[in-house]
Design a protein around this ligand. Structure first.
Ligand code: C2O
Ligand code: CU
Ligand code: CU
Length: 519
């Protein structure tokens, strides 16, 4: 059986119809917006935004523009610097919020298919969390209302429709959401021209500069879709002119499936100061940084003293493909399917890649010292003795990735997935080996409250492990093949239906996602 025939046999005809990326719609019906939720009585927003998802075109590569789907924003009320458009990018506007603000977002869907927006990392009411059952169709509007209770940090937003999250994010629908607060302000971290926001994604283009996505082929779904080039803020390997100064670099891995092992090409000092849920307690000094889909990192980078015109590259270092998982099927004619890895990409996980370049210009920056203490943590941080423990297996069975032995169903909640608001549990994500040799590193994400990673055990030698930052509040944790990772989570105070899932978007769309109900 040759490779192509195997692919054909494995292609999921049922998925192919729903998962294959559809092009932008040609329909130009006038939009008749009717809000799906009415304003809660008494909710007076400090900030009000209109966020529209629509087909658009942007120049990514030389030559023809690329058709994308794009969020665009309009500020209806609030501070003038709330929205910041990234010039020339398909990404949505950067949304800057402050802790304590009341926010209303009117999401207008101008796509030819259903969508809904999720605020990744924010602790918001059920009605504002972007659950797929809340998706709205073309020409409709969904109104979000929530108060920003999260700490300062780098969060992001992206669509979350049923089985279409991967496709919609891939087409360009994603953006950064920054939360600021007084505690962070007091640190006077580099800002303005010395604060860089970098959204890292991989994409594949055809010869006419149009995005290529998978066609629902089984192996591409199993592995997750990998592009063959890396984009930062929608541009391939950008070079940014920077002062020879300390910089704050905020990274978001918004790729569908690619894991990066990030490092700088020169021996510049790097301090990791934050992760998914804001600042760490104290800075962390390490050479490489593993960033899995969904995760964020906040860094301080010392470029002082570099000569004018020095290039500092951000690179993803080589790692063994098997460190990100090994999709091999021992049962398939004894030959295994090792050769199938990367079958969807000429650039498999672990391929060394240049991400972007910082080039120093004449100006030298002001003196700066990395603060020794970055932030303080509330009572939920303390280890809770006697908290209930729930084991959640990550497995592969019947050609499906499972979460706790199950796949997603829209409203389905198992008894052990029912939790009391504000209660604390330890969830143990156990990445079990499978007799067919199907395994993957799964970045597991929980909606609602940020969690604390207590420990990771088991697994074999893996070069990604040293780069993993587990410190501080997290909402997405990478569980390497064979590992068990324990997290302590104090659930949100908002009752309702929330999600937890693998943030490899193809795994999520295939059903490696479950609800939990907060009562
Ligand atoms: Cu960033 Cu449920 O996702
Ligand atoms: Cu999320
Ligand atoms: Cu996964």
């Amino acid at each position: 059986m040759d490779r192509r025939e195997l692919l054909r046999l494995l292609s999921l005809s049922t998925l192919a119809g729903t998962v294959a990326c559809k092009g932008p719609s040609a329909s130009a019906r006038p939009a008749a917006f009717s809000p799906e939720t009415t304003s809660g009585a008494g909710f007076v927003p400090d900030v009000e935004l209109l966020l529209t998802a629509a087909p658009d075109e942007v120049a990514v590569l030389p030559g023809a523009p690329t058709r994308v789907w794009r969020f665009s924003g309009r500020l209806l009320k609030g501070p003038a610097d709330t929205l910041q458009t990234i010039p020339g990018s398909y990404l949505g506007p950067v949304i800057r919020l402050r802790r304590g603000q009341k926010v209303r977002v009117r999401f207008a869907n101008q796509l030819a298919e259903d969508s809904i927006v999720h605020w990744h990392g924010l602790d918001v009411p059920e009605s504002a969390d972007g659950h797929p059952r809340l998706a709205v169709g073309h020409g409709r509007e969904y109104v979000y209302e929530f108060e920003v209770t999260n700490r300062a940090g780098t969060y992001w937003y992206h669509p979350h429709p049923h089985m279409r999250t991967g496709a919609q994010v891939y087409q360009g629908l994603a953006g950064v959401l920054l939360v600021q607060d007084d505690e962070e302000d007091r640190l006077a971290l580099p800002s303005g021209g010395t604060e860089l926001l970098c959204v890292i994604q991989d994409r594949q283009f055809d010869e006419r500069n149009q995005l290529v996505f998978h066609g629902g082929v089984m192996m591409e779904m199993m592995n997750g879709f990998l592009g063959d080039r890396v984009l930062v803020n929608g541009q391939p390997q950008p070079t940014t002119e920077v002062d020879a100064a300390w910089h704050r670099v905020r990274l978001v891995n918004a790729s569908n499936a690619r894991i990066y092992k990030l490092a700088w090409s020169r021996d510049v000092q790097m301090a990791v100061i934050g992760g998914d849920g804001g600042l760490l307690e104290t800075p962390l000094h390490q050479q490489a940084l593993t960033l899995a889909p969904g995760q964020r990192a906040d860094l301080l980078l010392d470029l002082t003293g570099l000569a004018v015109g020095t290039d500092v590259h951000l690179e993803s270092q080589a790692f063994a493909e098997a460190d990100a998982g090994l999709v091999g099927m021992m049962g398939m004619g004894g030959r295994g399917m090792g050769g199938m890895r990367g079958g969807n990409s000429s650039v498999p996980n672990g391929t060394p890649l240049r991400v972007m370049t910082l080039r120093t210009r004449a100006r030298q920056g002001a003196a700066f010292r990395v603060p020794e203490r970055l932030s303080s943590f509330d009572a939920a941080w303390a280890p809770r003795a006697g908290a209930p423990i729930r084991r959640v297996s990550l497995t592969f069975q019947r050609m499906e990735w499972l979460l706790g032995g199950r796949t997603f169903a829209m409203a389905d909640v198992a008894p052990e997935e029912t939790v009391a608001a504000g209660s604390t549990q330890l969830w143990e994500f156990e990445n079990l080996a499978n007799p067919m040799g199907m395994e993957a590193a799964h970045p597991i994400h929980m909606h609602g409250r940020q969690f604390r990673v207590l420990d990771r055990t088991g697994g074999r030698a893996n070069t990604l492990r040293a780069g993993i930052v587990d410190g501080g509040w997290r909402d997405t944790v990478l569980v390497l093949p064979g590992e068990t990772v324990r997290v302590q989570v104090t659930f949100t105070h908002h009752p309702g239906l929330y999600l937890y899932h693998c943030h490899i978007l193809e795994h999520e769309d295939m059903g490696m996602m479950r609800n939990f109900r907060v009562t």
